[in-house]
Design a protein around this ligand. Structure first.
Ligand SMILES: [Fe+2]
Length: 303
């Protein structure tokens, strides 16, 4: 199977077609088959009687499948290798789980960019991930490592950084973007001063403007119940969802002049540049096109 033989905005972007996409939490499809879309193409995924995860297109084509980190990953193209590594998941004192899967009416890159953005914490997650007057985003470094985008040395004042938090902290953050539609965040753990909790957002792109976001956790918390850990992430995402759904355009503009930053969102700019360099065209407004459509001022895309 190459591309979807379907009507609705099917994907012709080889960079995105040739990725593994996290389509379902394995626990979700243990309860029954899931009929869904991937990049506009209808597909079904399920767990066989012998426990094998499977996926096929509407026309019956069997798709390749991976089951890393508790998800069913599949592809409409030919990925170069397996799903990106998350080495923390091999540390057996961590708790690794899908905190939640949530449908959001937005493009995958908008959701990833929001995940990378610390500046919104005091406003959108007040009293949890941030708090006024601690609104300043301190300088941090953005770099490329082995083709991945990393933001390091990030710190942010957080009243309640995690489910296990008992006090406000200056939380240390590291962001890692190993995949155009997935990102990891490592943050100082309230449970272990020397190690970091790992949190991932793995996007299932239904179409270019509709996603399901899987919130993946690999945390050092041995105390909180699964339900408490999940509820914390659910509360955070419930605050992000309406903000994301109100973003216009839903596609992420890659033109550096679009949406003139009102604050120092360095990682957002780096992420947009990185997507441009990869040649991603699905879920975004490519830089050249934005220039053509937006005219000399690019005013069409400004907030
Ligand atoms: Fe947020």
């Amino acid at each position: 199977m190459t591309m979807a033989e379907t009507g609705t905005r099917s994907c012709s972007d080889p960079v995105i077609l040739n990725q593994w996409h996290a389509v379902a939490d394995l626990n979700e499809i243990r309860r029954g088959p899931l009929r869904t879309l991937l990049l506009g193409a209808p597909l079904t995924c399920w767990i066989d009687d012998d426990g094998t995860a499977r996926a096929r297109t509407e026309s019956g084509g069997e798709l390749e499948v991976r089951t890393d980190y508790g998800y069913l990953w599949t592809t409409l193209g030919e990925p170069d290798g397996g799903v990106f590594a998350v080495p923390e998941t091999y540390e057996d004192d961590r708790r690794t789980l899908n905190a939640l899967t949530v449908g959001i009416q937005v493009s995958a890159p908008r959701a990833v960019e929001n995940f990378l953005d610390m500046a919104h914490f005091p406003y959108v997650h007040a009293g949890v991930l941030g708090e006024e007057p601690h609104t300043e985003v301190a300088e941090y470094r953005v770099e490329e490592r082995d083709g991945e985008l990393w933001a390091v040395d990030c710190v942010f004042y957080q009243p309640r950084a995690a489910a296990a938090s008992s006090q406000a902290v200056l939380a240390e953050y590291i962001y890692r973007v190993p995949h155009p539609y997935s990102a990891m965040l490592y943050k100082s753990s309230p449970s272990d001063a020397d190690r970091m909790d790992a949190i991932g957002i793995f996007i299932h792109p239904l179409t270019d403007t509709r996603i399901r976001a899987h919130l993946f956790l690999s945390v050092l918390d041995q105390v909180s119940a699964d339900q408490q850990i999940r509820r914390f992430q659910q509360e955070v995402i419930a605050q992000d969802k309406p903000i994301l759904e109100n973003q216009h355009p839903k596609l992420l503009p890659l033109d550096p002049r679009a949406e003139t930053p009102i604050r120092a969102d360095r990682s957002a700019i780096a992420y947009r540049r990185w997507l441009s360099r990869l040649g991603v065209t699905y879920g975004v407004i490519p830089a050249l096109e934005a220039e053509r459509v937006g005219g000399e001022s690019g005013a069409l895309w400004q907030r």
